[in-house]
Ligand binder design. Structure first.
Ligand code: SF4
Length: 261
């Protein structure tokens, strides 16, 4: 590494030339810097997460993997979680939402509140996804995500390693930031890795069952997520704009706010 970017944290500095590393190099760097106990793959088990688990399993015997069971996932996602568990011989930490918060939310707004309004949809994502993730991240110094820059305009500036100002200045690591969808699938096929059965039924991007639908061939892969909302608002709060947050941390001007996943 040539030089380091100073950061307002006691965690190791992020090397300035991390963007030049390939995906396995980024993961190796993060494992060496943070240690396998304080670094976890945060997986929703899309194809990118399958690739990342494969790469991590090649670098450490006991990769940490956390996932959110929102209570509304498709059966096919649960099936995949168990297949990956068996394939790689790893434990998967399954986080669930606070039952009291879910009970209060559905009592006030109904089972399918997400179709009522954007506010209701974001509240559901907050209760079922964001809060459990926040709990998990509080135990970590870094989290690995499957974000790719070409997935959505809101992800175009995703760095391979950035500081997560939303979650205590831990590292947020996107080793596949510069991969294409074709590269991801080529890796899965070459390695014979398990993947979600819904991908073969027209679902390129899979989240909760009521908020995901199949798309036509050639359609934007993310258009099947929260399809009733405007494209720029189709985020759930798990990911925010690193470049904007880094600029804010440095006292610089805020870039255009990014919508959340
Ligand atoms: Fe709720 Fe839909 Fe968000 Fe899942 S994706 S947490 S069901 S709003």
């Amino acid at each position: 590494m040539t030089r380091s970017q100073p950061l307002p944290t006691d965690r190791p500095a992020i090397p300035a030339d991390v963007e030049a590393l390939d995906a396995a190099g980024v993961l190796r760097l993060a494992l060496d810097a943070l240690g396998p106990e304080r670094l976890a793959l945060s997986a929703s088990f899309g194809p990118e997460d399958v690739v990342l688990l494969d790469l991590l399993a090649g670098l450490t015997e006991r990769p940490r993997v956390v996932t959110l069971d929102t209570g509304r996932l498709p059966q096919e996602t649960h099936d995949l979680i168990d297949r990956l568990r068996d394939h790689f011989g790893v434990e998967i930490e399954v986080l669930v939402p606070d039952p009291a918060a879910v009970e209060a939310m559905v009592r006030e707004r109904g089972m399918n509140l997400f179709y009522r309004s954007s506010e209701d949809r974001l509240r559901c994502c907050e209760v079922r996804k964001v809060e459990p993730l926040r709990r998990a991240l509080a135990t970590l110094d870094g989290w690995v995500t499957g974000l790719r820059r070409d997935q959505a305009p809101t992800r175009a500036r995703t760095p391979k390693v950035g500081l997560d100002l939303e979650h205590g200045l831990i590292w947020k690591i996107a080793p596949l930031a510069d991969w294409t969808e074709a590269q991801v699938w080529a890796h899965i096929r070459e390695r014979g890795l398990p993947y979600n059965a819904l991908h073969d039924q027209g679902y390129p991007s899979i989240g909760c069952a009521p908020c995901t639908r199949a798309v036509a061939p050639g359609e934007d892969p993310r258009s099947g997520r929260w399809w009733w909302e405007r494209p720029e608002s189709r985020e759930c709060g798990l990911h925010v704009d690193h470049a904007r947050l880094a600029a804010l941390a440095a006292g610089g001007p805020a870039a255009t706010p990014e919508s959340e996943r």
